[in-house]
Design a binder for this molecule. Sequence first.
Ligand SMILES: Nc1ncnc2c1ncn2[C@@H]1O[C@H](COP(=O)(O)OP(=O)(O)OP(=O)(O)O)[C@@H](O)[C@H]1O
Length: 261
Amino acid sequence: MFVIEDLQVELAGKLILKHIDMEIKPGETHVLFGPNGSGKTSLLMTIMGFPQYKVVAGKIYFKGIDITNLPIHERARMGIGMSFQRPPTIRGLKIRQMIKLCSGNGEDLDVEALARKVNFQDFLDRDVNDGLSGGEIKRCELLQLMAQNPDLLLFDEPESGVDLENMELVGKTIAQLLGQEIEPGTDKSIRQQKRERRKMGLIITHTGHILEYVTASKGQVLYDGVLSCVENPREILKCIAQVGYEECVRCMIGNNSGNAH
Ligand SMILES: Nc1ncnc2c1ncn2[C@@H]1O[C@H](COP(=O)(O)OP(=O)(O)OP(=O)(O)O)[C@@H](O)[C@H]1O
């Protein structure tokens, strides 16, 4: 279980996340919508533990443990992983080495075989993200997550920069990372397989394309640092397309708690 309670976060002296409450149960994936600059990336960076995102109030719990003040590497060790919107270039560190680092114990890992799953085997001897295209960066991020195999997966705009052909690969890989692939012909029914899902996900998306591949139980809208809506993600997309994000503000005003619906 992943729980956020009444979280408030400052960045560069400004309050950017206000009274955030969130609960992701094992097996659930949530989708986060919101206009540019509303604080979506900041929320993911705070969950991951980047120290510039200063928690001034509230708590974050993962697997029953208060992780609010834990450093990034301990959160990663506990099973939180993130695919970044704009990950840094790391010159001097080969992607192959990075993948081994992500897996914790790189000795037994077949990096080539793993890389083939996201068609990335030809990039392993390049420096991390050095000169990679937008779509290649996304596949590199996925490869790192595949090596880490976390229990809570945070995706910051996984579709951005990905062409239509690679979108299917990215979408299916994310579904696999979230343990959502259905295995036909096993002795477990589909219902049983779904019940046994344990991976948790939180995905930022503007377009919702990822919903073609990933099952998300809830969508939430973040507007000016406030979570304003909890709904079926496709319903939210439809509303945003029809009436825009401004209507979310009306929901917020109508519900002082900040959580509408
Ligand atoms: N280093 C920084 N110093 C000051 N303000 C910052 C810094 N980084 C981000 N911000 C501001 O914090 C706010 C939230 O940014 P954030 O990246 O979380 O938004 P977002 O919802 O992910 O936007 P987008 O959809 O455009 O990716 C924005 O107003 C942004 O300009």
